[in-house]
Design a protein around this ligand. Structure first.
Ligand code: G1P
Length: 290
């Protein structure tokens, strides 16, 4: 499937990261030397996506600034022949960023609906920027292939312990492939006893533009917000919607502990950091045990 546009909702207050998120959008918190949001943008670009609609809110200018060209910085790095010049250049030219404002924090579904005019009437991908997956082929590629093969919208899911289902959107459906389910419905943050499965949506999502009509019609649901899960539940009653249990190593950088774990794991993937960091972790483990 040929998808040209991605939507990245990044308008929330990031309350789990207060007080730092007062001034630094949580999507801009660092994983080693890159902001969290860069992992979603890189994946989109790698999958051939040309435009990223960034759903943002007041006080989040740092994210747009990060992806914009910085002429003075580039000139200074160039004069010094600095090794980071290429990367700085690449970040600011990798994608067309289209900022869209979500004026009120009415929920993830509402944030996606704010991107409607910018997306137009085409299928698109939604990334939850806190959700980071290391996979080969990328999770985006896996979902785009599944969408083409199965013929419909697709949401990335993971299997979670039943005790954790209340933190997620949870799917109900019929298994159609080893890793795919055709959905009959979805529930946002169900109590464990009502959860239809232990398959939790983490995204990304490959969505038909019909999702916008569904989102425009849903009412506030779990935690008083307009939920993307409820929009997908409505979509699944009109068109084929699938869940795909992707292959890969998934990290949740959306909590302080998760961010630290993700940063360590990603640092261990970096050849210039891996051996020193590994030695320090072993020493630390001894000190904690001792
Ligand atoms: C959001 C979605 C939920 C999804 C989760 C994955 O919830 O509403 O459906 O399962 O992300 O991280 P949040 O984490 O914003 O409460």
């Amino acid at each position: 499937m040929n998808v040209r546009t991605a939507v990245i909702p990044a308008a929330g207050y990031g309350t789990r990261f207060l007080p730092v998120s007062k001034a630094v959008p949580k999507e801009m918190l660092p994983l080693v030397d890159r902001p969290v949001i860069q992992y979603a943008v890189e994946q989109a670009v790698e999958a051939g996506i040309e435009r990223v609609v960034l759903v943002t809110s007041a006080g989040k200018g740092a994210t747009e600034e990060y992806f914009a060209i910085a002429p003075a910085l580039e000139a200074a790095l160039e004069r010094r022949g600095h090794a980071k010049l290429d990367e700085v250049r690449r970040v600011s030219r990798m994608v067309e960023l289209v900022p869209v404002t979500q004026a009120e924090p009415l929920g993830l579904g509402h944030a996606v609906l704010c991107a409607r005019d910018a997306v137009g009437g085409e299928p698109f991908v939604v990334y939850l920027p806190d959700e980071i997956v290391l996979a080969e082929p990328s999770v985006t590629r896996q979902l785009l292939d599944a969408s083409e093969r199965l013929g419909g919208s697709v949401a990335g899911v993971i299997e979670v312990p039943r005790a954790d289902v209340a933190r997620y959107g949870v799917i109900a459906g019929e298994q159609v492939e080893e890793r795919a389910w055709r959905l009959s419905g979805l529930v946002e943050k169900p109590p464990v006893e009502d959860a239809p499965s232990n398959l939790a949506v983490t995204g990304p999502y490959v969505l038909s533009p019909a999702i916008f009509d569904c989102l425009a019609a849903v009412e506030a649901g779990a935690v008083g917000e307009i939920q993307l899960t409820d929009g997908l539940d409505a979509l699944a009653k009109r068109e084929p919607v699938f869940a795909y249990r992707f292959e890969g190593k998934r990290f949740d950088a959306g909590t302080p502990l998760g961010l630290i774990e993700t940063a360590v794991e990603l640092a261990l993937e970096r050849p210039e950091l891996a051996s020193e960091l590994g030695a320090w972790i072993k020493d630390l483990a001894k000190r904690i045990d001792g």
